[in-house]
Design a protein around this ligand. Structure first.
Ligand code: PEP
Ligand code: MG
Length: 559
C-alpha cells in the first residue's frame, strides 16, 4: 500500500483505477510501410471510428443545442468520408508506401491549402475543418482518444493540471475523481470537480509515476489523501466514510423545499454556478433558486470555431427554459488569462491575467460581443435572464457594454424578433478597481456579483493558478473581506442586490460574515446548495453581526 498526500479541493471518496491524462500532440512519425494493404485497413478502421464519433457528437449537440449545433459535426463527418479525400490517402499509402498517419497528415495539408485559396469565404473556412477531421483520424491511429479517456470503466484521472479547454472535452461519465500534480483550489479543474460533485486532490507534485497507470486507488477529497493498493483496513475505513457521506446527503435532502432563511428571518438567495446546459439537472436536483453564474465561455471552449449566434441562442434558450421562472445570470465571454482558445488567435502575452481578457476582448472585438448579445437577448424570451459583464475596471467599459445591449435590442426590435423587456444587466466585481468605485458603478447596473477568485488574485497580487503560492492566496484576507463589505454598502445605498459567485461563496466558515455584511445572494456549485442552506438556517444574524463587523474593521484583526 502506498499513501500520498495532496490538498483536497472537492469532497468525497472515490475508488477506481488510475488513468493518466494523455495530451494529443500534433507530431506524427513518418516511415515506409511494406504491407500497404494492412496499412490501408488501419486507415479504414480509424476513418470508420472517426465517423462514428462524429455521429455521436452530432447527436449530443442536437439534443443539447439544436440542429445548427449538430451541423458542424455532420460537415466533419462528410469530410471524413469524402471520396477525393479517401483517394488521396489511398494513393499515399498504396503507391507511395507512406504510413497512414503521414498519408492523412499530407492529405489534410493539401486539402486545407486548396480550400484556403478559394475565393468563397465559406469554402476558405473549411480549411480548418479538414485539418480538424484529419487530427481526429490521426489521434485514433496513434491511440489517443478524443476526450482523453480510453478506458472501458470509469477512472480516477491523473494529470499535471488541466486547462479549461481540456476539461470541457473530457468524457465526464468516465471520471470518478481528479488528482493533479499542480493546480489550485480556484483552478478550473477544482471548479469542474465541485460542479460534478466528485472528489479532487491537487498539488501532488511528481509523487505518481506514469507506470502507476491502471493501479487501484482510493482518494479522499476531504483529507487530500491518495492511497494506492489500499489494504483491507484502509478500504474499510474509507467505505465507512462513503456510507457516512451518503447518510449526510440523505439528511441534507430533507432540506429541499425549505427557505434559505436565518433564525432571525434574514433571507439569502442560494444559486448555482454552471459551465454548460448539461449542469442544469444538478442545479434543479439540489433545489437551487436560480443560476448565479453561467460561464458562457465554456460554450466557446467546446467549439473549434466561433460559435454562431444560433448555436449560442439554442444553448442559452435551453438553460433558460429548463430553469423556468428562476433567475439565470449568464456571464458574457470571459476568455483570456487561464482560458485560452486557439481560434481567437490572441497574441502571446507575458502577463495574460492582466491582459486581453473578458470584457476587454468584447470591447476590442465588438463583432464577437454583438453576436453573443444577440443570442442572449433572443433567448431572453424563454426565461428569466440577467446578463453580467466580467472583469470590469472602469465606468466607461460598463457604459460601452450597455450601449451594445441597446444597439442589439434596437436591431431585434426592427427585425421583429421578440425578447424580454426585463433583462437585468449586472457586473462582476472581481478587480480592486471595481470594488473601490462600486459607489459609481452601482448607479449604472442592476446588480453586482463578486468574483472572489479573481478579486483575491488581483487584491493580493497572487496568481490563482500557481500551486506554489497556496499559503499566500488567502481569500479570507482582511483586504478582500473589507472590499466585499464596501461593495455591499455601495450596492445597498443605490438599491441594487449583491452576490458572490467566486468559490468563497460556499465557504461555510464565512457564511455568518456574508450575512452580517449584507450579501444577498451566494452562487455555488450544485452540491454546495444544501449544506449552505443548512448553515444559513442555523445562523442568528442579530447575535453575531456586531462582533463580526467590529473584527473586520479593527486594526488588530488585519491579516
Ligand atoms: C471569479 O473570478 O471569482 C469568478 C467567479 O470567475 P472565474 O472563476 O470564472 O474567473
Ligand atoms: Mg473571474
Amino acid at each position: 500500500m502506498i499513501s500520498i498526500q495532496g490538498k483536497g479541493v472537492s469532497n468525497g471518496v472515490a475508488f477506481g483505477p488510475l488513468f493518466f491524462y494523455k495530451r494529443s500532440d500534433n507530431s506524427i512519425s513518418r516511415y515506409e510501410v511494406e504491407n500497404t494493404e494492412e496499412e490501408w485497413n488501419r486507415f479504414k478502421a480509424a476513418q470508420a471510428k472517426a465517423i462514428e464519433q462524429l455521429g455521436e457528437l452530432a447527436e449530443k449537440a442536437r439534443a443539447e443545442a439544436g440542429d445548427d449545433a449538430a451541423m458542424l459535426f455532420e460537415t466533419h463527418q462528410m469530410m471524413a468520408e469524402d471520396l477525393d479525400y479517401e483517394e488521396s490517402v489511398q494513393n499515399a499509402i498504396q503507391n507511395e508506401k507512406h504510413n497512414a498517419e503521414a498519408a492523412v497528415s499530407d492529405t489534410a495539408e493539401q486539402f486545407a491549402e486548396m480550400f484556403a485559396t478559394m475565393d468563397d469565404a465559406y469554402m476558405q473556412a473549411r480549411a480548418a475543418d479538414v485539418k480538424d477531421v484529419s487530427s481526429r483520424i490521426i489521434g485514433i491511429l496513434k491511440g489517443v482518444v478524443q476526450g482523453g479517456i480510453d478506458s472501458p470503466v470509469p477512472v480516477i484521472l491523473v494529470a499535471d493540471d488541466l486547462a479549461p479547454s481540456e476539461t470541457v472535452q473530457l468524457d465526464k461519465t468516465k471520471i470518478l475523481g481528479f488528482v493533479t500534480e499542480g493546480g489550485s483550489g480556484s483552478s478550473h479543474t477544482a471548479i469542474l470537480a465541485r460542479t460534478m460533485g466528485i472528489p479532487a486532490i491537487i498539488g501532488l507534485g511528481k509523487q505518481l509515476p506514469a507506470d502507476f497507470e491502471g493501479r487501484e486507488a482510493v482518494i479522499d477529497g476531504s483529507t487530500g489523501s491518495v492511497v494506492i493498493d489500499a489494504d483491507d483496513a484502509t478500504r474499510k475505513m474509507l467505505t465507512v466514510k462513503m456510507e457516512e457521506q451518503k447518510k449526510t446527503q440523505e439528511m441534507l435532502n430533507r432540506l429541499k423545499g425549505l427557505p434559505n432563511e436565518t433564525k432571525d428571518g434574514h433571507k439569502m438567495k442560494v444559486f448555482c454556478n454552471i459551465g454548460s446546459p448539461d449542469d442544469v439537472p444538478a442545479v434543479l436536483g439540489n433545489d437551487a433558486g436560480g443560476i448565479g453564474l453561467f460561464r458562457s465561455e465554456f460554450l466557446y471552449l467546446n467549439c473549434d470555431d466561433y460559435p454562431t449566434e444560433d448555436f449560442q441562442f439554442e444553448a442559452y434558450k435551453k438553460v433558460l427554459s429548463d430553469m423556468g421562472e428562476r433567475e439565470v445570470v449568464i456571464r458574457t465571454l470571459d476568455i483570456g488569462a487561464d482560458k485560452q482558445i486557439g481560434y481567437f488567435n490572441l497574441p502571446h502575452e507575458e502577463n495574460p491575467a492582466m491582459g486581453n481578457r473578458a470584457l476587454r476582448i468584447c470591447l476590442n472585438r465588438p463583432e464577437i460581443f454583438h453576436t453573443q448579445l444577440r443570442a442572449l437577448y433572443r433567448a431572453s424570451a424563454f426565461g428569466h435572464l440577467c446578463i453580467m459583464f466580467p472583469m470590469v475596471t472602469s465606468l466607461w467599459e460598463v457604459r460601452e457594454a450597455k450601449k451594445m445591449c441597446e444597439r442589439v435590442k434596437k436591431e431585434l426590435q426592427d427585425e421583429g424578433i421578440s425578447f424580454s423587456d426585463d433583462v437585468k444587466v449586472g457586473i462582476m466585481i472581481e478587480t480592486p478597481a471595481a470594488a473601490v468605485i462600486s459607489d459609481r458603478l452601482a448607479k449604472e447596473v442592476d446588480f453586482f456579483s463578486c468574483g472572489t477568485n479573481d478579486l483575491t488574485q488581483y487584491t493580493l497580487a497572487c496568481d490563482r493558478q500557481n500551486a506554489d503560492l497556496g499559503r499566500f492566496f488567502n481569500p479570507h484576507h482582511t483586504a478582500v473581506l473589507r472590499l466585499l463589505k464596501m461593495v455591499c454598502d455601495n450596492a445597498h445605498k443605490n438599491g441594487i442586490w449583491v452576490g458572490i459567485c467566486g468559490e468563497l461563496g460556499a465557504d461555510l466558515s464565512l457564511t455568518e460574515t456574508f450575512l452580517s455584511i449584507g450579501i444577498d445572494e451566494l452562487s455555488v456549485s450544485p452540491r454546495s446548495v444544501l449544506p449552505l442552506r443548512q448553515k444559513i438556517r442555523d445562523v442568528n444574524v442579530a447575535q453575531v453581526k456586531d462582533k463580526i463587523l467590529q473584527m473586520l474593521m479593527t486594526d488588530e484583526n488585519a491579516t
